[in-house]
Design a binder for this molecule. Sequence first.
Ligand SMILES: [Fe+2]
Ligand SMILES: [Fe+2]
Length: 411
Amino acid sequence: MKEENLSGHNPTPIKPASNYLEIKDSNAASPVRRRSFIKGLGIVGATLLPGSALLKAQAINSSNKLSQGDADLLRFAAWVELVESDLWTQYNELGGATAPNDGPPNVGNPPYKAALQNLDGDMPQYITDNNDDELSHAAFLNAYLQAHGEKAIDLKQFHKLPGSTATGVDKTKVGKRLTNLLSLNVDLGWYTRYRSGQNPDLGAVLNGPFKILNQPAIPLSDTDTPPTVVVPTPPIPAGSPALRIQAIANTAGFHFAFIEQGGTSLYPTLALKASSEEVLRILLSIGGVEIDHFSLWHDKAGNAVSQPLAGVTDPETNLNFPDLNDPATLARLHLQLELTQTNKIQPEPCAFIEATGLPACSVIRPTSTQLGGAVATVNSFMADGLFDGQKDAFFDQAMQLATAADNVQRR
Ligand SMILES: [Fe+2]
Ligand SMILES: [Fe+2]
């Protein structure tokens, strides 16, 4: 995908909303104007249309202007998807299976890719697909805004961060990244949160099982992680030159889940404020894919802290990935197996709506504006280090968009 699409600067051109979709009718000398066609059919006739035609027709029928609130929600969603697109593009260049959108096979950074595959053999394909999804979310949301007379979100001016120089990166993008993946603090609170019966929206404070602080999630340079390093299948022996790149890949594995749990909470908070049914549909439908991503990465991250891979220590930073299924390790770290067991990736039922007498319910959490909303999302990405090096203007715009989204009231 071209950089213009990534930044939203030049999204897929959309015909003016008043345009009619042309369909060829074998009995008609000229194209039929679908808008009036649908109108004339009424609901019974409309149900006769094939699914894709019906979707197109619905889109055209909803070409009226967005309410201020719905536009604010979609603007923030577009902003967050551009952020996701940038970071997933970096992961895809180094660890993905192909170039975006079923492009040519991607060699990437061979040791990084091999280390990611120690988490799961399918990691490169999952990364590529996650990246494609984010690119599509960003392009769609910006195009939808434009189709409704709103400006697209454009972050091109902020693509100035250095990024990796390691084998596999797109050399034309060195110095042009929007997000930083070279040193991250990965909050692992979600790991414990979804294994517990507690809910942060009702006051629970849940810390992760261990800490990932100031760690790279991608190879920094060929000096730091030479592309010639051979990464063995686990267990990786002590002293192996592959330990550094394996630790970096493990950090990435947890960062993937961190990013997507953010989207998992964000989209419900935005959806709760939507006024139009179509905007609600957009937010629920994209949000569902964020949940799908999170669930996948939650599972894969667990492979970094279970046998045979668990126990990797980064020789540069001493970050250790403990065995979160091992009773002796858990005792040493003062952890309980029920909050760490690596295959417990399905959300445990938890306290939900605050009222006495209601049973626990398995739900996405948090979904409060305060903890899962737009400002909370920007703050969590900032704490992550994702925007380290960005300009004040970047943060000003982010907070402006986030505050506007959080302040929307459903009508
Ligand atoms: Fe997304
Ligand atoms: Fe996402």
